[in-house]
Design a protein around this ligand. Structure first.
Ligand code: BTN
Length: 324
């Protein structure tokens, strides 16, 4: 049976009996019961109460394609497609499997990822209908150097968007982790397809924790936070947030295409949480003090009085103290 229809039924947070749902969806009680079991194993927190039926406590705010698309005002002409999936291995993988692009942007969002991927081969926790999993595919022409600053530009896009929407204390940890209060709120994974001479096909994937519960976040291997925790607000319209983020990403990528990273470096510095901080570099003996980034987006670290240039992907950087 159609799990989405069942979820839409349960989205109101009220109790519904198996008989009621079966009748409304035109299936047997057994089919409803099996589908509920599937939802539960997919991570939907169902409550069962004798005599009342089933409910999702607090209800579900499901992604709404119409809301997302109707709120895309500024750059809708540059969008080739927006797809909203219930279930996918990874929104990045989904777009990477697609054909090479036309000149516009393709967006994929999902309620859940079964194989969500983070940087450096890590898993990205992707519980159902709690967070934002958004990937955007676009073309970029130029040599390998055009990719260097892109990671930082994408981080600036997300940080500006969060900050413009009133989230306080947003910071960027080079190259593009989004942190608030010393904890990770969001991350970006950039993947590439294509040959430099024909232009790059870029897939930029953004994961933002929105309403992830302690329970859902168990197993995330680092301190994390969510929009709910940092804003103190228990409701966040993920469709609206998705629209704001898509607009900010396109806006910033267009700026990056025209003017390169130089036009975004002031914004980067505003959010840079490592500036002046002591850091440990993986794979490098000892650590050093960060001094911002160069014009190509490479991290500058003073190691024993000598400034060393660090490329994204070569090392991971860990602040030695709290960066809130
Ligand atoms: C990181 O490690 O900080 C990057 C996390 C990127 C997660 C997002 S969620 C949407 C997209 N699909 C994925 O599989 N990963 C990215």
């Amino acid at each position: 049976m159609d799990l989405v229809k069942l979820l839409e039924f349960l989205a109101d947070g009220e109790y519904h009996s198996g008989v009621e749902m079966g009748a409304a969806l035109g299936v047997s009680r057994t089919a409803v019961w099996k589908a509920l079991g599937k939802l539960e194993s997919d991570g939907v927190a169902l409550e069962v109460t004798k005599g009342k039926g089933y409910r999702v406590r607090g209800g579900l705010d499901l992604l709404d394609y119409d809301v997302i698309v109707s709120r895309l005002q500024l750059h809708s002409d540059k969008l080739d497609s927006v797809c909203v999936l219930q279930d996918v291995d990874s929104t990045n993988s989904y777009l990477m499997r697609g054909d090479l692009l036309t000149s516009g942007y393709s967006v994929c969002l999902a309620e859940r990822q079964t194989l969500g991927r983070g940087r450096r081969g890590r898993t990205w926790h992707s519980p159902y209908a709690k967070n934002i999993y958004l990937s955007m595919a676009f073309g970029l022409s130029g040599g390998a150097e055009v990719l260097e600053g892109l990671s930082l530009a994408l981080g600036v896009a997300v940080a500006n968007c969060l900050s413009d929407q009133g989230i306080q204390g947003v910071g960027l940890k080079w190259p593009n982790d989004i942190w608030v209060d010393g904890k990770k709120l969001a991350g970006i994974l950039v993947e590439l397809k294509g040959e430099a001479e024909f232009g790059w096909k870029v897939v930029a994937g953004l994961g933002i924790n929105v309403l992830m519960s302690e329970n859902d976040g168990r197993g995330v291997g680092q301190p994390w936070t969510s929009l709910e925790l940092v804003s103190g607000k228990q409701t966040h319209d993920r469709s609206l947030w998705s629209a704001f983020l898509i607009e900010s990403l396109i806006e910033t990528i267009e700026r990056y295409r025209t003017n390169g990273l130089s036009s975004l470096l002031d914004d980067w510095s505003k959010f840079d949480i490592l500036a002046g901080k002591e850091v440990t570099l993986s794979g490098v003996e000892g650590g050093g003090v960060c001094h911002g980034v160069d014009s190509r987006g490479r991290l500058l670290v003073d190691i024993g009085g000598k400034v060393t240039v660090v490329n994204a992907g070569e090392v991971s950087v860990r602040p030695n103290e709290s960066t809130d």
